[in-house]
Design a protein around this ligand. Structure first.
Ligand SMILES: [Zn+2]
Length: 657
């Protein structure tokens, strides 16, 4: 899945007078909350609308699972703070209470006490005395010292996902995927139950917590009906069950049925069966993801966070990605990678553009803009994968950024700013299409090379591979031939933005002195810094100083494209050969450390713009219209709910753990 937050970075000439709809919902700390429209929902059939309604209910029922996965105390803390927030009768307008409110909003936004992106623990801006005062107001009974330590002691549960080399990644990570167990014991455990010769391996460890008991026995606590998280899963199953009655066709019914069976049994073989059925259903217009999917929350990549997204195909925009996928073989054949790493036949690239209707779990409120699933490599190889671009989310980002001053501050000249306004959105969606539809699916591993050979560097390099694929081809004449870009120079707007972002502006999301941790961000700096440094002797791109400010100038776009191609070839070689050392060198050299001066400057200039570095969304509320017999006659999305209202409502009606 691609990351959310290319935020604040988009701007395009759009007609702002077309509707009274307001995209902006809330702003606090480093967060801006937006809302998204669900265009063309009214054009769906009643049956499809009801299907979406029930799938959306299922999407909301797993929220507590994610909170608990992120840290074992998250739900306890959230409920305590909500209790205070709802019941406190003292002064609610004093700075301390507003700080408390902000802290709670941040926890809601991050699904726990750790920042959703940096995974560092969120620091409150009110003090312990004030918190004690708040606690008294609700007659709190529980371990007050533990609660206060979790909130105020920086060193306790400091980081949710620790990726730092030379530490025990498991014991130093505060997620709730492992208990009383070390990295070595975890790796040994999974090595002992994995058969390296298995051509169709299940995703070991995906849906369980690994625990070591006092007597040293190691067990997986499986997340399933009558297992862990059963109280939430039973509701998910019930809504999926209702949804099944409104499935668009027999195949979709099977998809939902097999997911229910997986939730009931916890059997990962069933999950693979479900994934295969899901990837094969390319006919239904309504689609959804619901389950334990992405493993970014586990530094070792075994355990998946719960997430859900409900959507329907945007028929008009999907034509664009059909053109891309129809030509998948051409792209593979002409890719600048070594021949032995190419797929002879590229299969199953099913690409579509979707309209998101509901976000849940790890997709909410911070939201992906693209999805590429399933994750199991062998299923992707045999059955292909589904790639989607979530256009209404991208559009909301885009429109909400209109006029935020970003380009005016960071761009070198008006021409580049204009190019961005004109082609920014078009190239952005196209890059996402190429990344998701072709990039991740391109290339192959040499025989005997493990999918996990690159270990902790794998995620960064995989994202780099997909991004580079998109960057390289965006400048290809074929884009004009296929009518995917309106102008032969349009790609330059994307190149400029990509380099600027990777070299400089993305760092505004990271505190001074810290390294880049998140794999999409690592990937972007890796690419930008690599091509910048390789191109320096020929001055392909330069960072120049004007009036004490640093600006990016790109002198040779064609050469830049070749450098993207060179790096793509190298990253593909590393992946295909499982060359861990080379992958490690590349990531360590280019992706992690930020240039301290540029970092400081970017933060100072960005601060003045007052743009939130992270953004996310509230969901619409779907109203059921019924006739006098109680029969559903319509489903209508509404867009009035604000962030706090939504969070409190979800906590009231969708909290089962
Ligand atoms: Zn990706």
């Amino acid at each position: 899945m691609d990351s959310t937050n290319r935020c604040g970075y988009k701007k395009q000439a759009v007609d702002m007078n077309t509707s009274d709809f307001t995209y902006k919902v809330d702003r606090f700390a480093d967060i801006e909350v937006l809302r998204y429209l669900v265009p063309d929902f009214e054009k769906l059939t009643l049956k499809q609308k009801i299907l979406i309604y029930y799938l959306s209910e299922a999407a909301l029922c797993g929220r507590d699972i994610l909170f608990d996965q992120n840290n074992q105390y998250n739900l306890w803390i959230r409920k305590t703070l909500e209790n205070i927030y709802i019941n406190y009768v003292g002064n609610r307008n004093c700075p301390e209470f507003l700080s408390f409110e902000e802290y709670l909003k941040r926890i809601w936004f991050s699904n726990g006490i750790h920042h959703h992106y940096s995974t560092n623990k969120i620091e409150p801006s009110f003090n312990e005395d004030y918190f004690e005062h708040l606690l008294k107001s609700i007659n709190f009974e529980g371990d007050e010292n533990l609660l206060k330590s979790l909130i105020f002691n920086k060193n306790l549960a400091a980081k949710r996902v620790n990726l730092e080399q030379n530490t025990d990644l498991i014991t130093s990570s505060a997620n709730n995927f492992y208990r009383n167990i070390t990295q070595k014991e975890t790796e040994d455990f999974y090595a002992s139950i994995t058969n390296p010769n298995d051509k169709t391996p299940i995703s070991y460890g995906l849906n369980s917590r690994l625990e070591k008991a006092e007597d040293d026995t190691i067990t997986e606590k499986v997340w399933k009906l009558n297992g862990e998280y059963s109280k939430a899963i039973v509701h998910i199953i019930a809504h999926l069950d209702s949804a099944m009655d409104y499935a668009e066709n027999e195949k979709q019914k099977q998809v939902i049925q097999s997911l229910i069976e997986f939730y009931k049994s916890g059997d990962l073989k069933k999950f693979d069966e479900y994934s295969i059925l899901w990837v094969e259903d390319t006919v239904s217009q309504v689609d959804f993801v619901n389950g334990f999917i992405e493993t970014y929350g586990d530094p070792l990549g075994y355990k998946a966070s719960w997430e859900s997204i409900v959507n329907f195909r945007n028929e008009e925009a999907t034509k664009r990605t059909h053109i891309i996928s129809k030509n998948a073989q051409w792209f593979e054949d002409h890719s600048p990678i070594n021949k032995e790493f190419k797929k002879e036949t590229v299969r199953g690239v099913s690409a579509k553009v979707i309209t998101n209707a509901m976000l849940g779990g790890d997709c909410y409120p911070a939201t992906p803009i693209g999805i590429n699933l399933p994750n199991a490599n062998w299923i992707r190889q045999i059955y292909g994968s589904k790639s989607v671009t979530i256009e209404n989310i991208m559009e909301a980002y885009n429109k909400a950024s209109y006029g935020n001053g970003f380009a005016e501050e960071f761009y070198d000249n008006d021409q580049d700013i204009q190019a961005w306004y004109t082609y920014g959105f078009a190239t952005d969606v196209l890059h996402t299409d190429l990344h998701e539809c072709l990039g991740h699916g391109s290339g192959q591993l040499l025989p005997g090379v493990s999918q996990d050979a690159l270990k902790a560097y794998g995620a960064t390099l995989e994202e780099a591979r997909a991004d580079l694929f998109g960057l390289y081809y965006m400048a290809d004449p074929i884009m004009m031939e296929l009518n995917l870009l309106p102008n032969v120079n349009a790609y330059k707007a994307a190149y400029y933005r990509y380099l600027l972002n990777g070299l400089m502006t993305q760092s505004v999301r990271i505190s001074i002195g810290e390294n880049i941790e998140e794999s999409h961000m690592r990937n972007r700096q890796l690419i930008a810094k690599y091509v910048y440094e390789k191109g320096l002797p020929e001055k392909v791109a330069e960072l120049i100083n004007k009036n004490g400010k640093t600006y990016l100038v790109i002198n040779d776009y064609e050469r830049l494209r070749q450098l993207f191609g060179d790096l793509l070839a190298e990253v593909q070689r590393i992946k295909s050969e499982g060359d861990y050392e080379a992958g490690k060198d590349l990531v360590e050299k280019y992706a992690i450390k930020i240039n301290p001066e540029l970092h400081k400057e970017a933060i100072e200039r960005y601060k003045k713009l007052d743009i939130a570095p992270y953004r996310g969304f509230v969901n619409p509320v779907y109203l059921l219209k019924k006739d006098s017999n109680g029969k559903i006659i319509d489903v209508v999305p509404t867009y009035e709910e604000d962030f706090v209202e939504q969070m409190l409502r979800y906590s009231k009606y969708y909290s089962f753990l």
